[in-house]
Design a protein around this ligand. Sequence first.
Ligand SMILES: Nc1ncnc2c1ncn2[C@@H]1O[C@H](COP(=O)(O)OP(=O)(O)OP(=O)(O)O)[C@@H](O)[C@H]1O
Length: 311
Amino acid sequence: MSEPSSWAVEARGLGKKYRRGWALQDCSFRLPAGHICALVGPNGAGKSTFLGTATRLVQPTTGSLELFGVPVADPAVLERFAFLAQDKPLYPRFTVAETLRLGRELNPRWDQALAERIVRSGNVPFTARIGTLSGGQRTRVAFALAFGKRPELLLLDEPMSDLDPLARHELSGLLMAEAAEHGTTVLMSSHMLSEMEDMCDYLVVLAEGRLRMAGQTEELVPAHMLVTGVASGDSGVPDELLRQHTVVESRVSGRQFSALIRPGGPLSDSWEALVPSMEEVLLACLRSPEAPVLITDEARIDGAGTREAAA
Ligand SMILES: Nc1ncnc2c1ncn2[C@@H]1O[C@H](COP(=O)(O)OP(=O)(O)OP(=O)(O)O)[C@@H](O)[C@H]1O
């Protein structure tokens, strides 16, 4: 058994219901500490809602959530994570220097040198007021605040969306270096699948408020194969493929079929099989919300189910 603190995130039956319906439902998984995890899903999938429950901005309707073994309702958890919200809320009248000073005064483990380095490498003037900065410059200051806190867990909601390609490259490099050097766990929602592939070693996929996949990428991605061959049977997808393997997505074009599958045994020699990229697996999974859920043993949490949220 692992020590409780070796799990950065443990969600058990987590759900949030709004008047319009469930934004997140029966979500159960765990994320071991030290990973960089992509939180992926289409618009409205429940990613921000999940991050909201982790940061206490959203009160769950069902289930529980622990960070490093501590329930999120416990104030002791607050200094262990930093959150970069999608709209990067900062005080518009503060200067950049005043914003960093606020970070220093509020956070006992504050790293001023690191925060200043992040601001300086984007040539953002320390004397400028936040309200006068471009969207990307504001994001950089928000990054500096989040990193400067030296958290054990960084929760990032679409952090790179308004950054130029150079800034994205620089800050994603910094993210990976920080995670490697300090063992920081990162949970980051994003629609940039190919960038996630370079950075992330853990995946949590949501669709329509439900968990679709969770686990280490090195386990999830090779659990899939891209198969092509000669079409046969009523649908064009060979019966043997449908019977013996889990077909996540299939397509028939002329006399050829192609499918992304989870092999249930050896594949026929008459088909060509390739290991897909993470992006190909994610795209197929997102296009096929009816495909069976895949959660690795490491990410699976026992005894989960929908119940009233812990007070
Ligand atoms: N405060 C709210 N009141 C009512 N419904 C809400 C509220 N916040 C979110 N929702 C609904 O919950 C669902 C999940 O929204 P959420 O913002 O978590 O999705 P998301 O995966 O972050 O989407 P995106 O990729 O577009 O940012 C959506 O259907 C949304 O309309």
